[in-house]
Design a protein around this ligand. Structure first.
Ligand SMILES: Nc1ncnc2c1ncn2[C@@H]1O[C@H](COP(=O)(O)OP(=O)(O)OP(=O)(O)O)[C@@H](O)[C@H]1O
Ligand SMILES: [Mg+2]
Length: 347
């Protein structure tokens, strides 16, 4: 096990800088997920930790040691990619054992180690099969097994689940999380899927355009997003954003006055999570007309036009409003997220 530390990490391709000074400390045994839209620099960051890309500026440290100039094989890391390259002509046993091909240990020890890893991944019964005889999730486990077999100090995952169907993806998500709970290996996991990030991470790193936007636990980035980008990226459906006006003691939004002191006056952006905005019969914050309904089972998402601005609210799935109906929406003032003109969260 080891810590991973990035200090003012930069990457340029030709004249274009794509990572602009990233600093991040991953604790020993921590599960950190890098998340962000396509092209924000997640894979580049991971590949620099792995040693697959040169560092243009700054430092990568693993276990306290600067590894900028170490070969990937000397970094005590293992990487699992989206397109896991397992060999179709080799059995599961050979594929997992491939990770040990350079290891200097007796053949009997290697065989034992492969068995151990297969047991952890519940693949013991499949050791003599070839990849074509496995499901997608089992193949992914073989790729993980090959990475695990060397007992690396740090696991690096680059979107390892994105080729799997939705059900398998959520199953593998749990398996990787369980694996981490059992082994406590340091993990840096890249995904563009915020649900994956929220469900697996000890801490989430949200990136955009080669910059870190926020680092925090899933609860922190969800409940206290640092800015509008994070607020909208984390959580599905996305947070509603409305233009408001703050005066002392209240905020005017969509023609209504809500009792919340922004600590400042003037234009302000008001964010409301769909979860915090309920279709209600009781006292309401807004009134609007239902323009679309999306039944999810227990709940129904209601898209509601409030004075020309569309918001998403939750309604009881057993008793949803009718399309076109005028409904009342309620939000507790303390659940409003407030952002200033630069999109930064207002305390
Ligand atoms: N070899 C390269 N040469 C030039 N630019 C590159 C190269 N590799 C990546 N980039 C650029 O660097 C930026 C970051 O790319 P990166 O692959 O790290 O993004 P990502 O966050 O992993 O995206 P995705 O979610 O699509 O995988 C992108 O703008 C990309 O175009
Ligand atoms: Mg990528």
């Amino acid at each position: 096990m080891a810590t991973v530390s990035l200090q003012n990490l930069r990457k340029t391709y030709g004249k274009t800088e794509v990572l602009h000074g990233l600093s991040l400390d991953v604790a020993d045994g921590e599960f950190v997920v890098l998340v962000g839209p396509s092209g924000c620099g997640k894979s580049t960051t991971l590949r620099m930790i792995a040693g697959l890309e040169d560092v243009s500026g700054g430092e990568v440290r693993i276990g306290g040691q600067v590894v900028n100039h170490l070969e990937p094989k000397d970094r005590n890391i293992a990487m699992v990619f989206q397109n896991y390259a397992i060999y179709p002509h080799m059995t599961v046993r050979k594929n997992i054992g491939f990770g040990l091909r350079r290891a200097k240990m007796p053949a009997a020890d290697k065989a034992r180690r492969i068995e151990e890893v297969a047991a952890i991944l519940s693949m013991t019964d499949y050791l003599d099969r070839k990849p074509a005889q496995l499901s997608g999730g089992q193949r992914q486990r073989v790729a993980i097994g090959r990475a695990m077999v060397r007992d690396p100090a740090v696991f690096l995952f680059d979107e390892p689940l994105s080729n799997l169907d939705a059900q398998l993806r959520s199953q593998m998500r749990l398996e990787i999380k369980k694996l981490h709970q059992r082994m406590h290996t340091t993990i840096v996991f890249v995904t563009h899927d915020q649900v994956e990030a929220m469900t697996m991470a000890d801490r989430i790193v949200i990136m955009k355009d080669g910059h870190i936007q926020q680092v925090g636990t899933p609860a922190e980035v969800f409940h206290q997003p640092a800015n509008i980008f994070v607020a909208q990226f984390i959580g599905a459906p996305s947070m509603n954003l409305l233009a408001g006006q703050a005066v002392a003691g209240s905020i005017t939004v969509a023609g209504r006055s809500l009792a919340r002191d922004a600590g400042q006056t003037g234009p302000i952006t008001v964010g409301i999570r769909p979860d915090d905005l309920r279709v209600t019969d009781g006292p309401s914050s807004f009134e609007g007309r239902v323009v679309l309904l999306e039944p999810l089972g227990a709940e129904t998402l209601a898209y509601v036009d409030i004075g020309g601005q569309e918001v998403v609210a939750r309604a009881d799935g057993r008793n949803p409003p009718a399309l076109g109906a005028v409904v009342q929406l309620h939000v507790a003032p303390e659940n409003l997220h407030l952002f200033d003109g630069d999109g930064k969260a207002v305390e």
